[in-house]
Design a protein around this ligand. Structure first.
Ligand code: PLP
Ligand code: LYS
Length: 415
């Protein structure tokens, strides 16, 4: 069996039989490592020692039910942003009392489902949401546990599309409004205030913005205490970055120690909502080269994965490492744009990559475990890729490649 050795990768250290997986399940195909996933989750959980905490993995990063199930078995909580994510987390064995519900646009049916399931907390992001939750909880005869997602107005220093904690962003309750919303909530018959929350952005590579946000939240905690409103938890959201190229984000342990230090002797329970930092480097996207096209101006490696499978390069100009699976190529090195078959000039997975390539070779696009499959689409009527989980020597198919028929079932002709 042809093994692909990832030993140089800090997180994907296992030997993964990529060639065999590609043959068996076809390409493009996402491949994840159970060991890497669990190692990262434990790095977060373990760093808290005996300080009360809950790691609520952000389901949006990768919502495959087998992965959620592995995390649920470790005792993970889940951060969800839709009813679909709630159903996935619960179907995967996630405990409702460990689910926090974020998101700026929660619909009535989503709130009702969350209340009926008995989730841990609604992270409220809009004043109107508080009134809606109070009313719906009253109708159901339950008390809704809530926290406010406060927008602390700190610069996360990340890509503008994934920065969420500035006052011009749509997320959270403005810092200046937070106290009055807490006061309003404290008067409501069907609301129980339990926490405070923020999430300032994604792919942060420095502790500083997190600590600035924490300071602002702690200011509010103190102000609330003075008014007799006691909080049980503080949720600092997700956002810790990973290494795609040469970034050097803090390790979870350093990040958490910095948080605990800043907390001093407060016994507030700390919740975190990491997504990318748990699963990002636990996955690769495997693709096959269909054609090599060399022109006077450019060399294109046309592969069978495309922007519909992995949109990060097209959407954020994100750089992800692309490496050949077989390392014994005799081809000359050239500079390649690695592109997909989709009819968009923006359909690329990497540009200007020096590689030795032959048609039919397999390539691995690294760091694809987060926001890879979950952001994929059927654009150009392309079926979604298969997902495979490697657990020691065994490769388990955890989601079949979509069939062409599945792409149009549900559409109806008008008689
Ligand atoms: C509310 C919330 N929590 C958690 C996350 C997870 O972020 P990340 O994958 O960067 O850890 C996100 C996405 O940015 C989010 O919007
Ligand atoms: N999807 C983004 C991150 C957004 C996080 C969602 N709040 C990415 O791939 O980097």
């Amino acid at each position: 069996m042809d093994y692909f050795n990832y030993r140089n990768d800090e997180l994907f250290a296992e030997e993964v039989p990529v060639t065999q997986i590609a043959k068996q399940y076809g390409t493009p195909c996402y491949v994840y490592s159970r060991a890497a996933l669990e190692r990262r989750w434990r790095a977060f959980d373990g760093a808290f020692g005996d300080h009360p905490h809950l790691i609520c993995y952000a389901v949006k990063a990768n919502s495959n039910i087998a992965l959620l199930n592995l995390l649920a078995r470790l005792g993970s909580g889940f951060d969800i942003v839709s009813l679909g994510e709630m159903q996935r987390a619960i179907a995967a064995g996630g405990a409702p009392e460990k689910i926090v519900f974020s998101g700026v646009g929660k619909r009535e049916d989503e709130i009702i489902a969350g209340l009926k399931a008995g989730i841990r907390c609604f992270n409220i992001e809009v004043a109107g949401e508080l009134d809606r939750i109070d009313r719906l909880a009253g109708q159901l005869g339950v008390i809704a546990p809530v926290s406010f997602r406060v927008n602390p107005n700190v610069d996360a220093n990340t890509h503008p599309y994934i920065s969420t904690g500035l006052k011009e962003n749509k997320f959270g309750i403005a810092f200046e409004q937070a106290l009055s919303e807490y006061r309003r909530a404290a008067q409501m018959p069907n609301i129980r205030i339990i926490g405070i929350d923020c999430h300032i952005g994604s792919q942060l590579t420095d502790n500083r913005p997190f600590l600035d946000a924490l300071d602002r939240l702690l200011e509010l905690v103190t102000a609330l205490q003075a008014e007799g409103i006691e909080l049980h938890h503080l949720d600092l959201g997700g956002g810790l970055g990973i290494r795609y190229k040469d970034e050097q984000p803090p390790e979870p342990a350093d990040y958490i120690h910095a948080i605990l230090q800043r907390l001093g002797n407060s016994d507030l329970e700390i919740l975190l909502e990491p997504g990318r930092a748990i699963v990002g480097n636990a996955g690769i996207l495997v693709t096959r080269i269909e054609y090599l096209k060399t022109t006077e101006h450019k060399n294109f490696a046309i592969v069978d994965a495309a922007m519909n499978d992995l949109i990060r390069p097209s959407l954020y100009s994100a750089w992800q490492n692309i490496i050949p699976v077989q390392t014994n190529s005799r081809a000359d090195e050239r500079t390649w744009d690695v592109v997909g078959p989709v009819c968009e000039t923006g359909d690329f997975l990497g540009k200007g990559r020096p590689l030795r390539l032959c048609e039919n070779d397999l390539l691995a696009i690294r760091s694809s475990g987060a926001y890879g499959f979950t952001m994929s689409s059927n654009y150009n009527s392309r079926p979604r890729a298969a997902e495979v989980l490697v657990d020691n020597d065994a490769a388990h198919l955890i989601r079949e490649r979509e069939s062409i028929e599945q792409l149009w079932t549900g559409e109806r002709l008008i008689p």
